[in-house]
Design a protein around this ligand. Structure first.
Ligand code: NI
Length: 249
């Protein structure tokens, strides 16, 4: 069930049978010469929507702008600073908790979001902790590439040149979902350089075409489809296990 295609009454009925929800979260940022700007929010959305076809789960609208200050040297990137991002995650979460959701799983598609999502969780839990009361809900961060079996499959598909940004696995997933948006290119060098992440102009100087350590030329829609099917199955299992965890009130 997709929240944005549901009525308030349908969400109310869902809450009578489950208190869990998935929030795809990512970033809108450059992904090298062939990667779509939406790659990091599309991947978790594609996986969550695929999972929703096979199980009675609820998927929230995608939180599609993240912490991408280091990509602002490339046109089309839109970033929240960490403090804004943390504040926004807090209000999304408080809204869902106010309706009765007790298990909120953020399915993340951008490594640069991880520190801020974890900080947001601590900010939210701190409200209960300072008041010496139970929060009554639990938050979980799950990167799609960490879902059971997905990293192993990506390693088999791309034993070299996976890298950490504009990776063949994430490009493959968007190719599977949006075959009409596949962009061909010759990569020079074939495998991009690796190194530190600092400010936007430093990033562009180190990684001129936007890739980090990756060879997205290995991506294919078929490999993307395999990753999506496995990730969707693993997401359903993760959410089920998370739903069963007890949360004392
Ligand atoms: Ni990415």
């Amino acid at each position: 069930m997709l929240l944005h295609l549901s009525t308030w009454a349908e969400v109310g009925q869902f809450l009578e049978r489950s208190r869990a929800i998935v929030v795809p979260i990512g970033s809108n940022e450059q992904h090298g010469p062939t990667g779509l700007l939406g790659t990091d929010w599309l991947c978790p959305q594609i996986i969550a929507y695929e999972a929703e076809k096979t199980a009675d789960i609820l998927v929230a609208p995608t939180f599609n702008i993240g912490m991408a200050q280091h990509h602002l040297g490339f046109p089309g990137t839109i970033s929240l600073r960490p403090s804004t991002f943390i504040a926004a995650i807090g209000d999304w979460t408080r809204s869902l908790v106010a309706h009765g959701f007790e298990k909120i799983l953020f399915l993340n598609g951008h490594g640069g979001n991880v520190a801020s999502i974890e900080a947001a969780f601590s900010e939210i839990y701190a409200e209960a902790s300072f008041a010496k009361r139970r929060a009554g809900f639990a938050l979980k961060l799950c990167n799609w590439w960490d879902l059971d079996g997905v990293g192993e499959l990506a390693n088999q598909q791309f034993p070299t040149g996976h890298g950490i940004h504009a990776t063949p696995s994430e490009i493959a997933i968007t190719q599977w979902a949006f075959p009409d948006a596949i962009k061909p290119a010759d990569y020079t060098p074939q495998i991009a350089p690796s190194g530190p992440i600092r400010d936007a102009l430093d990033f562009r100087a180190r990684y001129p075409d936007g890739r980090m350590g990756s060879d997205p030329g290995q991506a294919s829609p078929e490999k993307g489809g395999e990753l999506v099917k496995l990730a969707a199955q693993s997401l359903v299992l993760q959410l089920d296990a998370f739903s069963r965890e007890s949360v004392p009130n």
